[in-house]
Design a protein around this ligand. Structure first.
Ligand code: URA
Length: 206
């Protein structure tokens, strides 16, 4: 299922991120804030355990999260989405996936993978600011499924219709969340209107 957020705060903050004159500090701050706003909805269906607790007044029933949450940033730009989510789920574990693209076949190849031990039981949230061709998202989902993950969500900021289609066809069981579904991919693989190279804008590189 695809969810595209329709919220004034997200639209306002994403507009700041899109502007070419926005610098690294404001870009990162708005990315953190949008991540926090999105996680509220992304985690809506997480299971809870009921637990008996005692308040200063009486005994009652409270709740605690039934599953560990694992955030999986796709390096490098995905790292920029971790903070906003982790602020709201401080106990989340952070896995990492690094991939490079073969210049000839254009296929993504992993060069780094690191996971916690309980991927099969965890609620896994893969994060990458840009869902462009969908190639790296599909590969990342393949990789976490190989680790046993069954509860997987993909959270991106900006998506292209082409990339959404590729992910939906390869992994129909994975819910996709976007702050914006943009118009198209250009010939260089950039999302239009987009926000440029997310990794460079997050880390201040070129
Ligand atoms: N990656 C980016 O950083 N930006 C795009 O527009 C597409 C892929």
């Amino acid at each position: 299922m695809l969810t595209v957020f329709d919220h004034p705060l997200i639209k306002h903050k994403l507009t700041i991120m899109r502007k070419k004159e926005t610098g690294t500090k404001d870009f990162r701050q708005n990315l953190d804030e949008i991540g926090g706003l999105m996680v509220y909805e992304v985690t809506r269906d997480l299971p809870l355990n009921e637990i008996p607790i005692e308040t200063p007044l009486c005994q009652t029933i409270g709740y605690e999260m039934a599953k560990d949450v694992v955030i999986v940033p796709i390096l490098r730009a995905g790292l920029g989405v971790v903070n906003g989510i982790q602020n709201l789920i401080p106990t989340a574990r952070i896995a990492h996936i690094g991939m490079y693209r073969d210049e000839e076949t254009l296929e993504p190849h992993p060069y780094f993978e690191k996971y916690p031990s309980n991927m099969d039981e965890a609620a896994v949230i893969i994060v990458d600011p840009m869902l462009a061709t969908g190639g790296s998202s599909v590969a990342a989902i393949d990789m976490v499924k190989k680790q046993g993950a069954t509860s997987i969500k993909l959270v991106c900021l900006v998506g292209a219709p082409e990339g959404v289609k590729v992910v939906e066809e390869a992994h129909p069981d994975v819910d996709i969340y976007l702050a914006s579904l943009d118009d198209h991919l250009n010939e260089k693989g950039y999302i239009v209107p987009g926000l440029g190279d997310a990794g460079d804008r997050i880390f201040g590189t070129k």
